[in-house]
Ligand binder design. Structure first.
Ligand code: ATP
Ligand code: MG
Length: 596
C-alpha cells in the first residue's frame, strides 16, 4: 500500500457490510449505532439463496425466486454455492450462467438491502465461506463480489465468523468447537479463545454435505414408496422432483420437533391418465435411519479436527452449534454421545455467521474493536517436482505451505533445475494432502523462462507461496543466479471469470440487474490476472468419474448412471447445452449419493 492508498483507507468512512453467503439462505449484517445487527425485511433476515426469471422476464432473487422453484425449475437456480469454483454453467430460462454470476446476483440483492437500511450506497463487504473451501472456490466468491459491485475487503471462514459472536474477551483460555451444519456444507473448527484473540487451530469439513442432502434422501425414500404403489418415479421429472423436495424439506423441519410428519402434495402426477396425490406419513425413526450415515460422517470430521488441533476430547471446553441443520435432533444426540455435554446455542444458529461477518466488517470500518482474528490455511499447497524414490526419480507433490499454518502465511522452498542447459522450468501448483501428485488438485501453473542455462546444473529456483487472509495465493519463482522471476496470483484453471465481458453482458441483459455494476465488473476483471485456457470439455471430469464408477456401483445405481450417460450423449448430439448442464449436475448428485 503506498502513502496515497493509506490516506485513502484512513479517510474512508464508507460502510462495510458483513455477508453470510449461504447455500440455502444468505444474511447481511451491519453495525448500526455501535451494535452489529442483521438486516430484516418482511420480518425475516434470511434471504433464500435462489435466483430466477419470473413469468414477465424479470429477475427474481430470494423468496420470490424460491416460490417459483417447484413450478418453474427451468427458470430458477438454487444451491449455487455447491457449484462455486466448478467449470459448470447453469441453465436459467434458456441462457447459461456461471456459478459466480448467480452468486453475484444474490450478493447484489443483499447490497441493495443494506443500502435501503442505511440510506446510502454500499460498496465494501466481508463475505464468509466454509473453512473447507479451496482456492478456486474462494476465488469464485471474490469474483461474485466483484460482479455485484462490491469491494471484498476480506473473505473469512464461517466458523471463525461464528466464533467472533461469542465472548472472546475473557482472560481464561478456552477451546471451543464450532459445528456448522447448513444447507449445503458442513464445517467443524476448533478455535482457541484467549484475551480477545480467536485462533483457529484446525478446520475440517465437507463441501457437499448439508440439509439439502437430508432433503434428497427423504425425497428418494418417499418417491420409492410412491413408485411401489403407483409405478411412477416422482424424482425422475423436474417439477414433481422439486415439489417433492420442497414438501420433504418442510417435513424434515417438522421432524426436528415432532415424532412424525405428513407429506401431502395434491395431484402431483398423472398416472395412466389419472391424477394422483401424494399423502405419506414419515416417522422420525425412519428419517433418522436415512440420514444416520451422513450424520456419522460429520462426527468423523469432528474427531479428525480434534486430532489436528493436537487436543483430546476432554480439552474441548465448549461446543457451539451453527447452521439450520444443527437443529436436527439426531445431530444433537450424536454430539452429546460423543462429548457427554450440552451444546451451546445462545445465538440463533441461522444468524451467527452473518453477525460474525458484521463484527469483522465493523472492525475493518474502524467502528469497533472486535476480537483479533487468527485464521489458518485449510489445505496444503505445493508444487510438482522430481523426487527420488525406490523406483527411481518421479514427479511428486512437494508441499510448501502446510495445512493449518496461521494466516497470512509466507513460505519458501528451494528447488534445482533437473537437466544441464535447462533454460525454462514449469511451476505447477497443487493443493492437497497426498504425496502422490495425481491425488491432489492442480490449481495453476506458469513457466519460468530465460533461465541462466549452464552445464554445471546448479540452477537454483526459489519458490515462494504467500497466502493472504482472504485465501488468495501468490506464487513467485525466482532464479537466484539471474534474478529472473515470475509471479502468479491463483485464478484457477476452472475459474470461468476469463469470460468476464460475457458474464457482464449476460447479467446486464437481465431486467433488474444493474448494468452499471456489470460494466464495472467487466472492467475490473479485464485488468485481472491471466488465467489458463478453458478446459476443452468442462463436463469431462464428471463424465469420466461416472464411467469409472460403473464398475463399482450396485446394479440400480449403475443403471441410473447408464441412463443419464445415454441422455447426456443425446443432449450433446442435439447441442442442447442447458439440458446437458442439468443432466451432468444430476449425474454429479447421483455419484455423490451412490458413494455415500
Ligand atoms: N428446524 C430445522 N430442522 C432441521 N433442519 C432445518 C431446520 N431449520 C432449517 N433447517 C435446514 O437448515 C438448512 C439451512 O441452514 P442454513 O441457513 O444455516 O444454511 P446455509 O448457511 O444457507 O448453508 P451453508 O452454510 O451450507 O452454506 C436447510 O437445509 C434447512 O432445511
Ligand atoms: Mg451457513
Amino acid at each position: 500500500m503506498d502513502t496515497s492508498d493509506r490516506k485513502q483507507a484512513m479517510t474512508d468512512d464508507s460502510p462495510v457490510i458483513g455477508i453470510d453467503l449461504g447455500t440455502t439462505n444468505s444474511v447481511v449484517a451491519i453495525s448500526i449505532d455501535g451494535r452489529v445487527r442483521v438486516l430484516e425485511e418482511g420480518g425475516t433476515a434470511l434471504v433464500p439463496s435462489v435466483v430466477g426469471i419470473g413469468a414477465d422476464g424479470r429477475l427474481l432473487v430470494g423468496q420470490a425466486a424460491r416460490n417459483q422453484l417447484a413450478a418453474f425449475p427451468d427458470r430458477t437456480i438454487a444451491s449455487v454455492k455447491r457449484r462455486m469454483g466448478q467449470a459448470v454453467t447453469l441453465p436459467m430460462a434458456g441462457t447459461s450462467y456461471t456459478p459466480q454470476e448467480i452468486s453475484g446476483v444474490i450478493l447484489q440483492a443483499l447490497k441493495a438491502r443494506a443500502e435501503r437500511a442505511l440510506g446510502r450506497p454500499v460498496s465494501r463487504a466481508v463475505i464468509t465461506v466454509p473453512a473447507f473451501f479451496d482456492e478456486p472456490q474462494r476465488q469464485a466468491t471474490l469474483e461474485a463480489g466483484r460482479l455485484a459491485g462490491l469491494t471484498v475487503e476480506r473473505i473469512i471462514n464461517e466458523p471463525t465468523a461464528a466464533s467472533l459472536v461469542y465472548d472472546a474477551g475473557s482472560d481464561e483460555r478456552r477451546h471451543v468447537m464450532i459445528y456448522d451444519l447448513g444447507g449445503g456444507t458442513f464445517d467443524v473448527s476448533i478455535v482457541r479463545m484467549e484475551r480477545g484473540v480467536v485462533e483457529v487451530l484446525s478446520s475440517k469439513g465437507d463441501t457437499s454435505l448439508g440439509g439439502d442432502d437430508f432433503d434428497e434422501l427423504l425425497a428418494r425414500y418417499v418417491a420409492d414408496r410412491f413408485l411401489q404403489e403407483h409405478g411412477h418415479d416422482l424424482m425422475a421429472h423436474g417439477s414433481t422432483r422439486w415439489r417433492l423436495l420442497t414438501g420433504c424439506e418442510r417435513a424434515k423441519c417438522e421432524l426436528s420437533t415432532a415424532a412424525t410428519a405428513r407429506i401431502v402434495e395434491e395431484f402431483i402426477a398423472t398416472v395412466k391418465g389419472r391424477q394422483v396425490s401424494l399423502d405419506i406419513d414419515v416417522s422420525r425413526d425412519e428419517y433418522e435411519r436415512l440420514i444416520r450415515t451422513l450424520v456419522d460422517r460429520t462426527i468423523v470430521c469432528v474427531d479428525m479436527a480434534i486430532v489436528d488441533a493436537g487436543l483430546s476430547l476432554s480439552q474441548i471446553d465448549e461446543l457451539i452449534l451453527v447452521g439450520g441443520s444443527s437443529r436436527t435432533p439426531l445431530v444433537q444426540r450424536r454430539l452429546r454421545e460423543e462429548f457427554r455435554r450440552e451444546p451451546r446455542w445462545s445465538v440463533d444458529p441461522d444468524l451467527a455467521v452473518a453477525l460474525g461477518a458484521g463484527t469483522q466488517a465493523a472492525a475493518i470500518a474502524g467502528l469497533a474493536i472486535g476480537p483479533v482474528l487468527v485464521d489458518v490455511a485449510t489445505h496444503t499447497l505445493g508444487i510438482a517436482a522430481m523426487t527420488d524414490g525406490p523406483h527411481g526419480a518421479h514427479l511428486a507433490f512437494c508441499p510448501i505451505l502446510h495445512r493449518n499454518a496461521p494466516l497470512p502465511a509466507r513460505f519458501e522452498d528451494l528447488f534445482f533445475t533437473h537437466d544441464d542447459m535447462q533454460d525454462m522450468a514449469a511451476i505447477e501448483v497443487f493443493q492437497g494432502e497426498s504425496p502422490r501428485l495425481e491425488e491432489n488438485r492442480k490449481i495453476g501453473h506458469f513457466m519460468l523462462e530465460g533461465l541462466n542455462a549452464s552445464s554445471d546444473c546448479d540452477g537454483r529456483i526459489h519458490v515462494r507461496f504467500e497466502l493472504s487472509l482472504d485465501g488468495t495465493l501468490e506464487v513467485t519463482a525466482i532464479e537466484s543466479k539471474s534474478g529472473i522471476s515470475q509471479r502468479l496470483a491463483i485464478v484457477d484453471a476452472l475459474s470461468t471469470m476469463k469470460n468476464a465481458a460475457g458474464a457482464a453482458e449476460r447479467l446486464g441483459r437481465l431486467p433488474g440487474f444493474s448494468s452499471a455494476v456489470a460494466a464495472t465488473a467487466a472492467h475490473q476483471a479485464g485488468g485481472g490476472v491471466a488465467s489458463d485456457p478453458a478446459p476443452a470439455d468442462p463436463h469431462a471430469p464428471i463424465l469420466h468419474r461416472a464411467k469409472r464408477a460403473l464398475a463399482t456401483l450396485g446394479p440400480e445405481d449403475a443403471a441410473d448412471v447408464e441412463r443419464l450417460l445415454q441422455l447426456v450423449a443425446e443432449a450433446r448430439a442435439e447441442g442442447d447445452e442447458s439440458l446437458l448442464g442439468g443432466l451432468v449436475a444430476e449425474l454429479d448428485d447421483l455419484l455423490f449419493y451412490a458413494a455415500g
